[in-house]
Design a protein around this ligand. Structure first.
Ligand SMILES: CSC[C@H]1O[C@H](OP(=O)(O)O)[C@H](O)[C@@H]1O
Ligand SMILES: Nc1ncnc2[nH]cnc12
Length: 317
């Protein structure tokens, strides 16, 4: 199936849900689509949902709806290719992360701008792994304009949440927003040792997950604008006098964090769709691969080019 064949009407924004976020059940579900891409099927069928205005968005559960796919086995190429095939231009990815900083408390929201790669080379991390060679720029791994645009809107959502918590019986601290942070992406599935956790702090890491790579790299190769909205679940393993993170601790905060993530999604998706349609917000990523692909040569295989046409039809027609 080519990109144009798979296009579903006006779906410009894709949401990738992480641990705890398997549905956007505050939006109207329309249908499931399950495109077979040249890299296989996505983690789960993609839910097409409608916002109150009727605008459609695509939702994909990264680990499958029953969370049956480990971080190392997420079919990230199929996920990104499938979203692109629906016409998606901007991806909001949600992730449950560990905190490497005292001031980033469980429940807080982080929109990072940098990544340190601690994956182990076991995940297919490029669409260009064949006779067609490309070197995408990745100095700024997230879509900068989209990140700045999101920060303002997420801050408003969290201010409203703080007001709601203040006027309720709830005793928890309102979630804070942290920007310009660095996410370490580790292989897993085991959590880090205390020594690794300390090392990542020394390197400048602020939060840690197992999922942002290769997702962010593949989004860049497919010219999608990609931003991560991370919610902290734990303090990882760096605090000397505290127990190191356990899955049980992560699960405790997942529900509350998922509620915030749904809130954020509902609050930003309509405006993001409009901005994506206008094009200006996403202009940095559009066309970014044009000069990253090594010049055509007779050695490029026709089948390899055909696969790439699925994500970048303008360069492989
Ligand atoms: C459930 S704890 C570790 C797991 O949670 C995060 O998943 P996601 O990023 O999809 O929310 C983290 O990256 C690990 O994959
Ligand atoms: N401490 C941690 N390390 C890696 N991924 C995580 N996801 C949530 N907490 C995490």
């Amino acid at each position: 199936m080519s990109t144009s064949e798979a296009s579903s009407e006006n779906v410009l924004v894709g949401v990738i849900g992480g641990s705890g976020l398997y549905h956007l059940d505050n939006l109207n579900f329309i249908e499931h689509v399950n495109p077979e891409t040249p890299w296989g099927f996505p983690s789960s069928p993609i839910a097409i949902c409608a916002l109150p205005s009727g605008t459609r968005v695509a939702f994909l559960a990264r680990h499958g709806v029953g969370h049956s796919i480990t971080p190392s086995n997420v079919p990230a190429r199929a996920n990104i290719a499938a979203l692109k095939s629906l016409g998606v231009r901007a991806v909001l990815a949600f992730s449950a992360v560990g905190s490497l900083r005292e001031e980033i408390a469980p429940g807080d929201v982080v929109i990072p701008t940098q990544i340190i790669d601690r994956t182990k080379g076991v995940r297919p991390a490029s669409f260009f792994d064949s006779s067609v060679v490309a070197h995408a720029s990745f100095g700024d791994p997230f879509a900068n304009r989209l990140v700045r645009w999101l920060e303002a809107r997420v801050r408003t959502v969290l201010d409203e949440e703080a007001e709601r918590i203040k006027s309720s019986e709830e005793e928890r601290q309102p979630p804070k927003l942290h920007t310009d942070k660095c996410v370490v992406c580790m292989e897993g599935p085991q959590f880090s040792t205390r020594a690794e956790s300390q090392l990542y702090r020394a390197w400048g890491g602020d939060i840690i997950n197992m999922s942002v790579l290769p997702e962010a790299k593949l989004a860049r190769e497919a010219e999608l604008s990609y931003a991560l909205i991370a919610t902290a679940t734990d303090y990882d393993a760096w605090r000397p006098h505290e127990a190191s993170v356990t899955a049980a601790e992560v699960f405790k905060t997942l529900q509350t964090n998922a509620a915030i993530s749904r809130h954020v999604a509902a609050a930003v998706l309509e405006a993001l769709h409009e901005a994506a349609a206008d094009g200006e917000l996403l202009s940095e990523e559009t066309g970014s691969m044009r000069f990253s692909i090594m010049p055509r040569s007779g050695k490029q295989n026709e089948d390899d080019k055909k696969k790439l046409r699925y994500i970048l039809p303008e360069y492989f027609n």
